[in-house]
Ligand binder design. Structure first.
Ligand SMILES: NC(=O)c1ccc[n+]([C@@H]2O[C@H](COP(=O)([O-])OP(=O)(O)OC[C@H]3O[C@@H](n4cnc5c(N)ncnc54)[C@H](OP(=O)(O)O)[C@@H]3O)[C@@H](O)[C@H]2O)c1
Length: 220
């Protein structure tokens, strides 16, 4: 499987470390349609604003795209074109396989809310000092998956890749869910897992969310 990697920074570089047959396109070696077409799958860890400029070229290249780029709104017209042209695209805000398993755990907790009318929920995120958003997008997603208000707190320290903790506390018991990303390779591994699925024609055409692909795999 030949990967075309666009965006080989802190996260994308892990893709090329884990997968030898990777062609890197960066500011010095800009991607072209011809260059992309020599590969089987495109993986993007470009910053979102730059990824947006690449979308027309990626659509024209017609090969599967796995994208982790964040920080922009997906336009309906792009989604329509991807779906109409039956292209295979997978997107995720968080390519950690474990985070997608945690999502199912939180959704189970959400379904049990009526069993715990007195419960209080809190979410805490810890990230490196360079992270722009606070609380993290993931912390906000956890609250959304939970389906009820939670007290959200955030901490920015050192080079922490990503730590999220959910506490459900009732007068008689506590449930704690923690997810800790140790290395940015976690995201590259998830993107490569999705790339492998797309390469084996196991991903439906259109724009897919990574969580759907994971849940299909887990038969959830
Ligand atoms: N979905 C997930 O699981 C996940 C996980 C982590 C990060 N992300 C997202 O991935 C993106 C990148 O994050 P990061 O922390 O890896 O950022 P980063 O370290 O700043 O890397 C960005 C890379 O993009 C490259 N780039 C910039 N302009 C380019 C261009 N015109 N053509 C080709 N390459 C270009 C830069 O290369 P040059 O130095 O050559 O310009 C740089 O290597 C962000 O949107 C982030 O939120 C997603």
């Amino acid at each position: 499987m030949k990967i075309a990697l666009i965006g080989a920074g802190k996260t994308g570089a892990k893709v090329s470390e884990l997968h030898r047959d990777t062609t890197i396109f960066n500011s010095a070696n800009q991607a072209t349609i011809e260059g992309l077409k020599t590969c089987d799958i495109i993986i993007s860890f470009l910053p979102g604003d730059i990824f947006v400029d690449y979308i027309p070229m990626l659509i024209e290249a017609k090969i599967p795209v796995i994208t982790g780029s964040t920080g922009f709104e997906w336009k309906d017209e792009w989604i329509k074109e991807i779906n109409d042209k039956k292209l295979v695209w997978v997107r995720a805000h968080n390519f950690s396989l474990g985070m997608n398993i945690v999502k199912n755990m939180i959704e189970t907790l959400s379904k049990a809310r009526d069993l715990y009318p007195d419960a209080q929920f809190s979410i805490h995120d810890i990230h490196h000092t360079m992270k722009v958003d606070s609380p993290s997008g993931t912390a906000l997603s956890w609250e959304k998956w939970l389906g009820t208000n939670a007290e959200i707190t955030a901490e920015r320290t050192g080079d922490v890749v990503g730590y999220h903790h959910l506490l459900m506390e009732s007068p008689v018991e506590k449930i704690k869910i923690t997810h800790e990303a140790i290395d940015r390779a976690i995201f590259a591994k998830g993107a490569l897992w999705a790339a492998e699925k797309a390469f084996k024609n196991m991903v439906p055409s259109g724009l897919n969310d990574f969580s759907t692909i994971v849940n299909n795999h887990l038969k959830i």
